[in-house]
Design a protein around this ligand. Structure first.
Ligand SMILES: Cc1cc2nc3c(=O)[nH]c(=O)nc-3n(C[C@H](O)[C@H](O)[C@H](O)COP(=O)(O)O)c2cc1C
Length: 132
């Protein structure tokens, strides 16, 4: 199983309708490509985790990276892991509202993940929270 984690910045604040459009395309394509993962949006960043077949994940990431709705995309991590972490989610999505930290939200999402992957995602979230 191959996973890729990246962070990016929305070009402008996206409406919930725009976010739904993104998620509809993501769910449809990811289902077809057997990709699963999570997409979290806080006020200023996207944090996305994608997992599946390496070629499919890289192809998907290349498409996402060209999307004009966000920019400043940087890959935080990619490589092989032991097993699929989010089998039930062609793309789980969460918006972090004012009253919560990204770390809190990630903590909830990684409850059933292997420790290695959970810690990696929590470390990214904590670094982001410290930077805000
Ligand atoms: C933050 C963000 C996350 C996205 N995540 C995915 C994704 O997981 N899978 C996907 O296929 N497209 C995703 N997209 C959409 C792609 O950039 C692209 O618009 C879409 O794959 C095109 O699909 P279509 O040709 O079926 O419309 C994402 C876009 C953004 C801005």
């Amino acid at each position: 199983m191959y996973r890729l984690v990246y962070m990016s910045t929305p070009k402008r604040s996206l409406s919930s309708a725009e976010l739904s459009t993104i998620l509809a395309a993501a769910t449809k394509n990811n289902d077809r490509n057997e990709i699963t993962g999570i997409l979290i949006q806080d006020r200023k960043r996207f944090l996305q985790y994608l997992e599946g077949d390496q070629d499919k994940v890289e192809e998907t990431f290349a498409r996402i990276a060209m999307d004009p709705r966000h920019h400043a995309i940087f890959r935080l991590k990619s490589g092989l892991i032991g097993r699929r972490q989010f089998p039930g989610w062609s793309m789980a999505s969460k918006t972090v509202n004012e009253s919560r930290s990204l770390t809190d939200v990630v903590k909830e999402l990684v409850k059933d993940c292997d420790r290695e992957v959970a810690e990696e995602l929590l470390n990214f979230a904590e670094a982001r929270d410290r930077a805000v």
